[in-house]
Design a protein. Structure first.
Length: 331
C-alpha cells in the first residue's frame, strides 16, 4: 500500500469526494464547507479532520504551501440547466477561488468536479481558460466526463472532472481502465428492503434490475426531500420506487407484498455509494440534500487512486494499461 499524501478539500459538502479520496490514501489537512449541516456531517464522521465552516474565500492557500492535492466539488449551478448556466457571470462560480488556492499553495495535483453541463460546447472557452491558467502555473491538465455507473455506483450520475498535475507527474497519469460492471438498484438496496422482514423484498429487487437515474438533491430554494422533478419520479417508479418523498423507515413484515416503497436516507446514501456507516447531520430534508448533492465516493476513490499512483511515480503504459513502477518519488 502506498504512503498517505496530504490534501485540502474545498466545497466538501457531506464528504462524498473527501471520503473517496481518503479511501485512495489522502489525508485531509483541511475540509472547507459553508453549509452548517454538511460541516456538521464532516465533523460527525471525521472528528479528527480540520473542518473550516465558512466561505472558501476565507482560506489562504499560503497556509498549505506544498500540499499534495487540492480537491473539491465547486458549486454546479453556474453550469447546470436549473442554475440557468450563467457560467463565469454567476457569483456562485468558485473555479477562480480554486485557481487562487492553486497559485498560493502550488500543490502537486488538483482535482475538481462539476456537472455534465460544464462539458457542453458553450463552456469550451471557459474550460480552455482554466487549462491555460493552469499551464501558466506549470500544470498539465485534462477534463473527463465520467459516469458513476461505470464505477459500481447504482445510478447514472455523469460528472465532469478536471485533473491537473505538475508536469513531471501528469505524464504518469491516466484515468484508468474500468470494467464497467454495474450495480443495479435492486442489488444495492435489497439488504435494506429485506432487513425488517418485508415479504416483497425479493420481487421488488428483481424489478429494480437497472441503475437509477441521477439522484437529485435540490437546493434551499428548489426541491425538498423527494427524488426530483416529474420526469425523474416517473423513472424511479419504473424501478418500483415512489419518488414523492423520503421514508423514515424501510418496509417491514406488516408491509403489503406489492407495496411500492420510498427510499430512506440510508438507501439514498447507498445509491450514492457512501459507506454504510457514514452518518448525516441535520433534519431529513437537510440530510437528503447533502446526500443528493454529493459526489459518489467510489468515483472519487478511483480517480484519487490514479492521482496517487502518478504522484508516487507509478506510470501506466497508455496503450497496454499495465503498471510500471518508477524510481522517482514525490517531492
Amino acid at each position: 500500500m502506498t504512503a498517505e499524501l496530504s490534501s485540502v478539500e474545498i466545497c466538501a459538502g457531506a464528504g462524498g469526494q473527501a471520503s473517496g479520496l481518503e479511501a485512495a490514501g489522502f489525508n485531509h489537512e483541511l475540509a472547507v464547507e459553508i453549509e452548517p449541516p454538511a460541516a456538521a456531517t464532516l465533523r460527525l464522521n471525521r472528528p479528527e479532520w480540520n473542518v473550516h465552516e465558512g466561505d472558501v474565500r476565507e482560506v489562504s492557500g499560503k497556509d498549505y504551501k506544498g500540499i499534495d492535492l487540492i480537491a473539491g466539488g465547486v458549486p454546479c449551478p453556474p453550469f447546470s440547466v436549473a442554475g440557468k448556466q450563467l457560467g463565469e457571470a454567476d457569483e456562485r462560480d468558485l473555479f477562480p477561488e480554486a485557481l487562487r488556492l492553486v497559485r498560493e499553495a502550488r500543490p502537486a495535483a488538483v482535482m475538481l468536479e462539476n456537472v455534465k453541463g460544464l462539458a457542453s460546447a458553450r463552456f469550451a472557452p471557459y474550460r480552455q481558460s482554466i487549462l491555460e491558467e493552469l499551464d501558466q502555473l506549470g500544470y498539465d491538465a485534462d477534463w473527463k466526463l465520467l459516469e458513476a455507473a461505470s464505477y459500481g455506483v447504482p445510478q447514472l450520475r455523469p460528472r465532469f472532472i478536471l485533473v491537473g498535475m505538475k508536469r513531471k507527474y501528469f505524464r504518469k497519469f491516466t484515468w484508468g481502465v474500468h470494467e464497467g460492471i454495474t450495480t443495479t438498484v435492486g442489488e444495492a438496496l435489497h439488504p435494506f428492503m429485506a432487513a425488517e422482514g418485508w415479504s416483497g423484498a425479493d420481487a421488488w429487487a428483481a424489478r429494480a434490475n437497472r441503475v437509477a437515474p441521477t439522484l437529485v438533491g435540490g437546493s434551499k430554494k428548489h426541491g425538498g426531500a423527494d427524488l426530483g422533478p416529474t420526469r425523474a419520479k416517473a423513472a424511479w417508479l419504473t424501478l418500483g420506487v415512489d419518488g414523492r418523498g423520503i421514508a423514515d423507515e424501510a418496509p417491514n413484515e406488516d408491509t403489503p407484498h406489492n407495496h411500492i416503497p420510498r427510499l430512506t436516507l440510508p438507501m439514498a446514501a447507498a445509491i450514492q455509494g457512501f459507506a454504510h456507516d457514514w452518518e448525516f447531520a441535520g433534519r431529513k430534508t437537510a440530510a437528503y440534500r447533502q446526500i443528493g448533492n454529493a459526489f459518489p465516493p467510489p468515483v472519487a476513490a478511483a480517480v484519487g487512486s490514479q492521482i496517487m499512483r502518478a504522484l508516487h511515480g507509478v506510470a501506466v503504459q497508455r496503450h497496454e494499461e499495465r503498471a510500471v513502477p518508477l524510481l522517482s518519488a514525490v517531492s
